[in-house]
Design a protein around this ligand. Sequence first.
Ligand SMILES: [Zn+2]
Length: 371
Amino acid sequence: MHHSTHDLLSPVPGVARQLHSFHFGPRGASKVYIQASLHADELPGMLVAWHLKQRLAELEQQGLLRREVTLVPVANPVGLEQVLLDAPLGRFELQSGENFNRNFVDLSDSIGDQVEQHLTQDAEHNLTLIREYLRRDLDLHPAVTPLQSQRLTLQRLACDADMVLDLHCDFEAVEHLYTTPEAWPQVEPLARYLGAQASLLATDSGGQSFDECFSLVWWQLQQRFGKRFPIPLGCFSVTLELRGQADVSHDLARRDCQAILDFLTHAGVIAGQAPELPDLPRAATPLAAVEPVVAPLGGLLVFHAKPGQYLEAGQLIAEVIDPLSDRVSALRNTQAGLLYARSVRRMATAGMVIAHVAGEHACRSGYLLAN
Ligand SMILES: [Zn+2]
């Protein structure tokens, strides 16, 4: 195992922050990148990463790693220290209000312009060429804020991986994941080993999130040059939502760690025979078919449905109670689907999203992510 530290731009004199990466297995052309807790208040993945760290070190010692695995167990030190009045605030940077998992650098146009004259009919050559330009462009890209510095450091560590796993969680949720329709055939075994209750697919959900900045750059280059040159999809990425924020336990983390190792064995990263693929709990559905259920007015939120419950159209998900006027409002889904995540808050404010239901028919377009 090789341990590297990466200095982040210091916000003020006297404060130093670093990202730590752990590298296992042989260094080479292909690698797997895994990070946890980019949203710093989503901690189940950090425990999974800690278990992975021990297991990957053992596998490396046994000579069973065929490719490099890079692990970043604490992907957001900036957000991790944001505790305000006893409440951890790890999703948005307090300085800028920006979501930590948005606005990663989009390099597809500039890389496309630079590589165009060097592309050939050899897909392997094009893959290597594009990766070189990705690394070089990110190295040259300026960072003028600590947030940009953190984003760029993460993006540099992962830009030449052919597989990126980003470990998150929701508020209260069953295990689910986000990836692209193009990557789904490769991600499906992971969904099976993990027992993902929902697999939500979109090519571009609009926020330039961490996972999408890797899959999109290849997809966009393929759209631009695919008729003239063979452009492989050099990276697939997936965001794993490891249940809810409070689901930090060794039992769950060991299970998720084992699922990821089984998947890596299935993918040939780890030598050996992978266990038989379990059934997929539920077919993948479009992210555009997810219904965010909104409370149109504020009040005490009393849930009637739990994450993991399949709902018929029009089923009661929650009541919003105004204890002053005694008005009780029922919140229902319009489309049948799986309630896979709900809020941890119990006082709804008007306009608040209280739950997400994965339906089968697209009902949204444009920007598809939560804030
Ligand atoms: Zn997250």
